[in-house]
Ligand binder design. Sequence first.
Ligand SMILES: N[C@@H](CCC(=O)N[C@@H](CS)C(=O)NCC(=O)O)C(=O)O
Length: 212
Amino acid sequence: MYKLYNVKAWGSLAIHFLLEEMAVPYTNIWMTPEQVAAPEFKSISPLGYIPALGLDDGTTLFESAAIVSFLVTIHNDKAMAPAVGTPEFGEFLSWLHFMSTNIYPTINMNDHDNIYARIETERAHITATANEKLLALWGIIETRLQSEGPWMMGTDYSALDAYAFMLTLWSKPGERAFLAKFPAVAELARAVRARPSLKAALEAHGVMEPRS
Ligand SMILES: N[C@@H](CCC(=O)N[C@@H](CS)C(=O)NCC(=O)O)C(=O)O
């Protein structure tokens, strides 16, 4: 049985949603931010980051894109990604990494401007630059959804949609203002929230409705 190290509305949400959609056996290890920050957690996740996924043999996986790739590959029959080895699967991986290596770290930079800045004025600069970059990155997702949507992989729901949904939750200054700028992303978020298979997980993370 998989063990998901999970924090409400953090980076484990997309993995939680994926495990629910695939209906595979797993258990949640709900953690507080203090438990995540404790040095012991680094023996599970090298940077002390959520998400991490424990496997039956004691291996622990980390990095959200790696965990998604592993799960959709090993459970390819659950149709949460195109068939492994096809061009569409390659396209799926491209968009997964586009989100995990561009949007996710830029959100983190925006949230942790206090770590990157030496003085107050740098803080404002970092936030402004991150916000500007995020608008450009989401613009690319919006274009993709408008031309190929309604889901990231077209007419088929996939793990990418829960991942994109998760990233929308962290928008600044708030979710509603963000979604108003990107109608196709807003429609994706609405449709993820409407999935009956995700009702319990949406409630567990407290994200049934936009929070801000
Ligand atoms: N590149 C990592 C980023 C994960 C990440 O930033 N996780 C955040 C929560 S959303 C975290 O655990 N932060 C803890 C910390 O900053 O100490 C991934 O994609 O899994």
